[in-house]
Design a protein around this ligand. Structure first.
Ligand SMILES: [Zn+2]
Ligand SMILES: [Zn+2]
Length: 339
């Protein structure tokens, strides 16, 4: 082992336990590339790995907002070259042949692995990824700035882009955290009338700075009434993960409106059949986005200047970064750097 090349990684070894280790560098297999990671965002979904909420084959390296340069290309990989800067998100790459892939629904590919869950992720200097999940990083985005856009960015951008809202429509963003602070910016730059909803008055200033036209303090009264006073929302982008909050805002939708859930939570959401039927309202979930929408996310962000508010920490501090994020103290995205 002494002469074999190794790399540093932070891996989860048991529920709640991260360990800094050296691992052996391996060659990419067929359809895979090897990436020298330069930056990786710390996402709340990393908890699914670290806390073992999803079935994990320990040890496992978390991290699904990784950006770096390809340094080896496996067999049967076309269109990707050594030296190219690429990003890897939560969806590890579609198979291309299952019924969902054949329908063009790559997000729901039956044979897709989740980065940092089924295979090692980006809390590491080296990452092996399926080529079908890669997203090229535009030159005008730094690796640190691009990283959070691969999950938090892609998730909110994709949900808004596919939503029925048109320029000028009222779009509400519930929650101003890692996802929400990007959601507000995208909504503004897509030309919507934007209402940000969060608890307490202290987030009002930040919400306006991010581009919200209105701020609704959910602790001060009914958010649904406040949205109806503005004409009712065409879309409510739910980035907070509480079932009760989702239910509370649902009546703030205008007829034909949709509540889009992107903040994952096991909590049930109670909405009444009357509120669904009278007004033809919808409650929908959206799982991140496909690589093509990832390309658009990166390009749109570079074009419009949308960017996460970032704090960087070195890879060795990944356990501290994770703990800080879990404690709700990240403002607003921690990005690990490897140099
Ligand atoms: Zn994520
Ligand atoms: Zn497939």
């Amino acid at each position: 082992m002494e002469n074999e090349p190794t790399y540093q990684a932070m891996q989860a070894v048991a529920p709640g336990r991260l360990e800094f280790v050296r691992k052996l560098v391996r060659d990419p297999g067929p359809g895979e590339v090897r990436i020298r990671v330069e930056a990786c965002g710390v996402c709340h979904s990393d908890a699914a790995t670290v806390e073992g909420a999803l079935p994990i084959d320990w040890p496992r390296v978390p991290g699904h907002e990784a950006v770096g340069r390809i340094d080896a290309v496996g067999a049967h990989v076309q269109g990707w070259v050594i030296g190219q800067r690429v990003g890897v998100g939560f969806l590890g790459g579609s198979c291309g042949h299952c019924e969902f892939c054949r329908e063009g629904d790559l997000v729901n590919c039956r044979n897709q692995e989740f980065t940092g869950v089924h295979r090692d992720g980006g809390y590491a200097e080296i990452l092996i990824a399926r080529a079908s999940g890669l997203m090229p990083t535009p030159d005008d985005l730094s690796s640190v700035n691009a990283a959070p856009l691969l999950c938090a960015g892609l998730t909110t951008f994709s949900a808004l882009r596919k939503s029925p809202a048109k320029p000028g429509d009222l779009v509400a963003v519930l929650g101003i955290g890692g996802l929400g602070h990007l959601g507000v910016q995208y909504a503004r730059h897509m030309g919507f009338k934007v209402a940000a909803i969060a608890r307490g008055a202290e987030k009002a200033e930040l919400a306006k700075k991010l581009g919200a036209h209105y701020y609704i303090d959910s602790a001060a009264g009914s958010s649904a009434d406040a949205l109806q006073a503005l004409g009712g929302a065409k879309v409510i982008l739910i980035t907070a993960s509480a079932g009760k909050t989702v239910a509370d805002t649902f009546k703030g939708l205008r007829p034909g409106g949709v509540s889009l859930l992107v903040g994952a939570s096991p909590e049930p959401i109670e909405v009444s059949g009357f509120d669904l039927i009278f007004g033809s309202r919808k409650l929908e979930g959206a799982l991140t986005g496909d690589p093509e929408t990832g390309d658009e996310t990166l390009r749109f962000s570079a074009l419009s200047g949308v960017s996460a508010i970032i704090e960087t920490m070195p890879l060795e501090k990944a356990a501290d970064a994770y703990a800080k994020m879990m404690a709700g103290k990240a403002r607003f995205r921690i990005v690990l750097t490897m140099d």
